[in-house]
Design a protein around this ligand. Structure first.
Ligand SMILES: CC1=C(CCC(=O)O)c2cc3nc(cc4[nH]c(cc5[nH]c(cc1n2)c(C)c5CCC(=O)O)c(CCC(=O)O)c4C)C(CCC(=O)O)=C3C
Ligand SMILES: [Fe+2]
Length: 321
């Protein structure tokens, strides 16, 4: 039989992992069921999610296209920055096709024997990045690909610079006041509060990124808040950004706020709905001027961050150098 392998032993696979999103409204139910580990949502829960997607999609699901573009841009950045290494990028999504396991199998089918895994989320939690890594590692063992993983890159200087740049630009939108009058709220996806008992690094890494960006921009009036908590019956990390905006306005007289969602790297539901629609509606009701920093998407400094940490893993493993 003819050899189907595309690449020789010099190629290094890069499994670029991301959350995944439906590609059409009729896929929302299967997607939501996957997020809930096989348990279908109630009709009410499904309706609610479909309605949120309807408000942001405008005919397409932004995260689908953004992930494609990020992976293409990372490939181009790796080719440009490290022409001596032959990196080949594959997508592996947590809750949609191509799933993490599909990405690993595609690498193996192409003849890849060693690879680096990286998640399009800068902060490590056993419930987020840890879950991606576990699945990729299990699939890699099955098909005989040797993998190492980037666990976090939340203080990479180029990432901090990219975020700082966005904070500076967004602060300029408050033309009616000095930047010092604006409260900056760094946010990330909430997680169940039980991660605190697990000594999970997620909250501390998020604070470290917040501090670094604040320092870099000279912002002194900032705090951290959680967003997009699930309704699962158990307690999630707080304070929630919506409650915090309301409290800041009523108790501290805050009239100007900038939200900087450092836990996310792409325009998607949590940003385009939870912040741009839900939080903006609240701000409108309160009479508070709320702005949001732009997402990183294919920002070159972000792509260079990813390329650098991926290459770092290769150097660590002593291969290709
Ligand atoms: C830590 C974390 C990140 C950041 C790190 C990373 O990126 O990995 C993240 C990102 C995202 N989360 C996303 C979407 C959703 N997450 C949900 C539900 C949940 N997220 C959780 C955690 C996280 N999620 C958890 C613990 C649940 C509860 C699950 C359960 O029931 O046990 C639900 C269900 C309904 C709801 O709760 O809203 C949806 C629709 C999208 C895609 C948006 C789009 O398609 O544009 C993105 C990027
Ligand atoms: Fe989520």
């Amino acid at each position: 039989m003819e050899d189907q392998r595309k690449y020789g032993s010099d190629a290094i696979g890069v499994l670029v992992m991301s959350y995944g999103t439906p590609e059409s409204l009729d896929q929302v139910e299967a997607y939501y069921t996957h997020i809930r580990r096989g348990k279908p949502p109630t009709a009410e829960q499904l309706d609610d999610l479909v309605r949120r997607y309807e408000k942001i999609v405008g005919g397409f699901f932004p995260l689908r296209r953004n992930t494609d573009r990020q992976v293409e841009a990372l490939q181009a950045t790796l080719d440009r920055e490290y022409p001596d290494l032959k990196f080949v990028c594959y997508q592996g999504l947590k809750h949609a096709a191509p799933f993490i396991e599909d990405g690993v199998r595609a690498m193996a089918a192409d003849g890849i024997t060693r690879a680096v895994g990286v998640v399009l989320a800068p902060h490590y939690s056993s419930m987020s990045v840890g879950g991606y890594v576990k699945r990729a590692q299990a699939a890699a063992e099955e098909v005989g690909v040797a993998m190492s993983f980037v666990e976090s890159y939340h203080l990479h200087p180029k990432l901090i610079e990219a975020l700082a740049d966005r904070v500076r630009r967004a602060l300029k939108k408050f033309t009616e006041v000095d930047a010092e009058e604006v409260k900056v709220l760094f946010t990330a996806h909430s997680l169940p509060e039980r991660i605190l008992q697990m000594n999970d690094p997620y909250p501390e890494q998020l604070l470290e990124t917040s501090r670094a960006v604040a320092e870099r921009t000279g912002v002194t009036d900032w705090q951290f808040a959680w967003q997009s908590a699930g309704q699962t019956g158990e307690k999630w990390l707080g304070p929630d950004v919506l409650e915090e905006l309301e409290r800041l306005h009523s108790e501290e007289g805050v009239d100007y706020a900038l939200v900087c969602p450092i836990g996310f790297v792409s325009d998607h539901l949590e940003v385009l709905y939870d912040l741009d629609i839900e939080a903006q509606a609240l701000a409108g009701k309160l009479g508070l001027h709320l702005e949001r920093t732009e997402m990183l998407n294919t920002e070159p400094l972000y792509m260079e961050t990813l390329a650098d940490v991926v290459r770092g893993k290769v150097v660590e493993a002593g291969v290709g150098s």
